[in-house]
Design a protein. Structure first.
Length: 478
């Protein structure tokens, strides 16, 4: 049984989707004003793994993640760079998509942009006003928090803390400092759209309410984002969606990822303590970065440091070595023909144990470190058993299960080592060596000893030692 920690109830709950066999989920995506940092990337990777695991469980997942392409940060940066907000958005959306591919994020069902939904946002704001929860001041529209009795349902903050959080953008015209801007009147030099309240642009919180409803319908199953979004962003989203669209609980499960930290501080652009995802991905192998990002339980903080990255690099190598051992054994058995061995049964037991253990950990609020520990327990057993296995079927099953589980974590065993598009995998290298040995055997049959020796010696020179045994040639890397 899958259990997920719901921020709404502050407890782990059994996951039961609203509609059988399908999951509708929305994850707050990047504000596309700059390169995302590696902390943002943690959020992307975490929710990708959650989505992949839900798919593994048999659900059809509708996965929406947005691009915030209009807000203060967008406007300021576009002005600094002397380009339009639209150009800025295109530039960083393209960058996000490159990073997404490098981190092996599965493409979203849809990646909507706020500016594609201005009419829908205006419609929502109008509904809120009509229902008595919104008021207009000089072309701005605010949500009247004091009228919305369940305000704070998600944040669960004391009233004064809710106010303190809202003071960041204090505005004399608000009736209550907690009131949130649904629509902002045009300021000179800012992009704007026509609305019943004059030219202006949407407030940030409005877009996610609107796009969630538009693409998934209300209520939907899962809403995700970093834990900084719990308040005020998601609190406001609940107030807007519930009031505008008459749904008591617009989202069933709220999931929030913990922060990626540096020296125990949240990584953030404003603090300046950040590394961009771009520079990290340029410096380290992409799959190792992905492995690092999901190496901690998603709600816990994850520190960014050289040791943690190196650990991920080593883990990846251990995984690849184990997979190569299995693939190599398959090649050998294919050459020599299979037989039944005691190790077959033991490997099968280890696979079953992996299956059970991996699911148990992931069912426990997506406990990826626990799931990875199960993978390594399996690998340890497989490394000792594989050379003694006599049957390729069980080896293929081991590969299939490992590949499937690692793919849930975002690690693609088919992708080439050392880079995403270049290089040759160890399995292909093994197959090439096997081919050379076949040619050598043919030469020996033809009594072409010079050729046979040449192949053996040349392989020896590059560190591949060939030995002739009564069962045929074997090789090992020195
Ligand atoms: P933004 O582009 O700032 O809207 O952020 C995109 C996503 O990254 C949001 O879900 C944020 O909550 C999340 N996020 C921001 N900083 C961090 C961090 N240091 N660690 C993990 N997630 C973060
Ligand atoms: Zn959002």
């Amino acid at each position: 049984m899958l259990k997920v920690y719901n921020t709404l109830s502050r407890s782990k709950e059994e996951f039961v989707p609203l509609v059988e066999n399908q999951v509708r989920m929305y994850v707050c995506g990047p504000t596309v004003y700059d390169y995302p940092h590696i902390g943002n990337a943690r959020s992307f990777a975490v929710f990708d793994t959650i989505r992949r695991y839900l798919e593994y469980k048999g659900y059809r997942v509708f996965y929406v993640t947005n691009f915030t392409d209009i807000d203060d940060k967008m406007i300021n940066r576009a002005n600094e760079e002397g380009i339009s907000v639209q150009e800025l958005a295109s530039k960083y959306i393209a960058e996000y998509l490159v990073i997404a591919r490098q981190l092996n994020l599965k493409p979203a069902t849809v990646n909507p942009r706020a500016t594609e939904h201005i009419d829908d946002i205006i419609d929502m704001v109008q509904r809120i006003i009509e229902k008595g929860y919104g008021y207009v001041v000089d072309g701005d529209v605010y949500f009247d928090v004091s009228e919305w009795k369940s305000y704070g349902v998600l944040a669960k903050l004391a009233s004064e803390d809710l106010e303190a959080g809202a003071r960041v953008d204090i505005d004399e015209r608000k009736q209550d400092p907690r009131d949130l801007a649904l629509w902002k009147a045009e300021k000179p030099g800012e992009p704007s759209w026509d609305s019943p309240w004059g030219k202006g642009r949407p407030g940030w919180h409005a877009e996610c309410s609107v796009m969630g409803k538009y693409y998934l319908g209300l209520p939907f199953d899962i809403h995700g984002g970093g834990q900084d979004l719990t308040f005020p962003h998601h609190e406001n989203e609940i107030a807007q969606s519930a009031s505008a669209y008459d749904v008591e609980t617009p989202v069933k499960y709220w999931l929030h990822n913990g922060f990626l930290t540096i020296d125990s501080e949240k990584m953030s652009k404003s603090e300046g303590n950040f590394f961009t995802a771009r520079e990290v991905l340029d410096n380290y192998e992409h799959q190792a970065v992905r492995l690092y990002l999901i190496s901690g339980q998603y709600r816990q903080p994850l520190d960014y440091n050289a040791k943690a990255i190196n650990q991920a690099i080593q883990s990846l190598e251990r995984i690849r070595n184990a997979v190569d051992t299995i693939r190599g054994r398959i090649l050998i058995l294919e050459r020599s023909g299979g037989r039944v061995a005691e190790a077959d049964k033991k490997l099968k037991e280890a696979i079953d144990k992996l299956q059970e253990g991996f699911e148990k950990e992931m069912d426990d609020d997506f406990n990826t470190p626990g799931a990875l520990a199960e993978v390594f327990t399996f690998i340890k057993a497989s490394n000792t058993l594989t050379p003694k296995v006599g049957n390729t079927a069980v080896l293929r099953e081991a590969l299939a299960v490992l590949s499937e589980f690692l793919m849930i974590l975002g690690i693609d065993l088919q992708a080439e080592e050392g880079g995403q598009d270049a290089g040759i995998s160890s399995a292909k290298l093994s197959a090439t060596i096997e081919l050379l040995l076949e040619i050598r055997e043919q030469a020996r049959k033809n009594k072409d000893w010079a050729m046979a020796d040449l192949i053996r010696d040349r392989l020896g020179e590059i560190g591949i030692e060939v030995a002739d045994t009564k069962d045929g040639p074997t090789w090992k890397v020195n």
